[in-house]
Ligand binder design. Sequence first.
Ligand code: PEP
Ligand code: MN
Length: 345
Amino acid sequence: MKRGATPAEIEVVVSRIEQKGYIARPIPGGERVAICVLHNDGPVDASLFLQLPAVKEAITVTRPYKLVSRESQSWDTIIDVGGVRIGNAHLTIMAGPCAIESEIQALTIARMVHKSGAQIFRGGAFKPRTSPYAFQGLGEEGLKILAKVRQETGMPVVTEAIDHEVFDLVEQYADIVQIGARNMQNFSLLRRAGKSEKPVLLKRGMAATVDEWLMAAEYVMEGGNDKVILCERGVRTFAHHSRNTLDLSAVPVVKQESHLPVIVDPSHAAGFRDQVIPLSRAAVAVGCHGLMVEVHHDPETALSDGPQSLYPDQFADLYRQIEPIFRVYYTSTNGCRASDHRGAI
Ligand code: PEP
Ligand code: MN
C-alpha cells in the first residue's frame, strides 16, 4: 500500500482478496502496510487489486514460507519481551539450567547469571527426555519457580511446552514459549503456538533443513503469531566429538531468507562445556541475534545436561569474551552501530 493508506483503503483491498477465497494478512511496517495473500494455489492476478485506491505495487513472493520471508517483510523483526529486545542490532543473552530442579537451585543460578549479563532466564519445567526413566521436570511447580525468578530478578523467562496439552499452562507463566528440537514438526503444537500471544522460540530439528525449519515458523505465523525467534542448536552428523554439530552456516542463510531473529544454542550443539565458549564466540561473529546457554552452579549434581552446563564463572567469562566480538561484528559489517541500541551489550 502507498504511504498514508487509510484503514478503510486497506480494508477494501483485504475484502477484495478475500472475496476470491484467499486470506489477506496486513503486515504493518514503519511507513507502509503490506498485505500478504495467503492460501492461493498458483499465481494471483494482480489486476484484482492494483487499480484500488492507495495500492502501490504487487510483489510476487517466490518462497513457500511467505510470512517468514524477507520478500513480504524486508525489515528485521524486533521482539520485545518485557523490555528486552530480540532481533536486529541486539545481542540477547538467555541463560539458566537445563531443568528447573528446585526453588533454591533456580534462584541461585538466576542471581549469578543476571549479575554476569544474562537478560532472559531459561529453564525447563517440562522436559522432553530420551528415556522415560529420566527426570521429566517439575511440571507446574517448575513454572511457579520460574515466576518467582522473574519476580525477584526482573528477568523474563523462557521455558518449553513439550506438547499441545501443556501449552495453556506454560503460556500462563512463560514470557517466551520454547518449542524444542524434537517438536519442530509437531504441527498441532505449532498451530497452538500460532494462537498464542506469547513469543515462541522455535528450535531447529536435529535433522531439519533450513527450509523445513522456516516452514515450521510459517505454521506459527500463519496461525496469527508473528513473534517467532529461531534457534539453531546443532544437527546430527557422523561426528562424535560433540553431541551435535553446530551449523553456523544456517545463521547467515536464515538472516538473508527471513526477517525473524535467529539465536544460537551452543550448549545442546556441543554437549560438553569446554566447547561452549569457543562456539559462542563464533556464533556472535557470524551474526546471530543472541545466545541461549545452559549454566548450573553445581553441574555434577544436575538432573539433566550437567556435562554441557557452564559453571557460573565460565558464563561470566563467556559474556566478557563475546562483548568485543559483537562490537566488531556490527562496526565492520555496518549492520548497525551497537551503541545505538539500548539493551545491546
Ligand atoms: C533444551 O533447551 O533444554 C532442549 C531440550 O533443547 P533441544 O530441544 O534443542 O534439544
Ligand atoms: Mn538441556
